[in-house]
Design a protein around this ligand. Structure first.
Ligand code: SF4
Length: 112
């Protein structure tokens, strides 16, 4: 486990997810309560491990082992292509967002 040089606060993490979404042309979930919980989880993971480990998965706390699930994870785009949103339901494609559909539980794409 590598402790972060400088801890991040909730606002830092909120800016991070907004930056990732803007940069990729994605939308964030419109469920404000859920968004807050994901941001909280990411923030906690950053301050615990030193990187934004996916809050919906069990990371090892070892960056090398977790590198595929550092947000935005390696599975985000394939999941968006198939389901319209990432595994956590944080990042939505514009098309999915516009459809007004709710995110759903989707299968874990990460190999065991
Ligand atoms: S599933 Fe979504 S929130 Fe979790 S790491 Fe991947 S992109 Fe980030």
């Amino acid at each position: 486990m590598s402790k972060p040089k400088k801890e991040k606060n909730i606002e830092d993490t909120q800016k991070f997810v907004e930056m990732v979404a803007n940069k990729n042309g994605w939308k964030l979930t419109r469920d404000a309560e859920f968004l807050d919980s994901i941001i909280e989880g990411l923030n906690k993971n950053y301050n615990r491990h030193g990187y934004y480990c996916c809050p919906c998965r069990d990371g090892d706390g070892i960056k090398e082992e977790d590198k595929d699930i550092i947000c935005p994870c390696d599975y985000c785009i394939p999941d968006q292509e198939e389901y319209g949103h990432c595994y956590c339901g944080l990042y939505l494609t514009q098309k999915f967002y516009d459809s007004g559909k709710e995110t759903q539980g989707i299968p874990e794409r990460r190999p065991l």
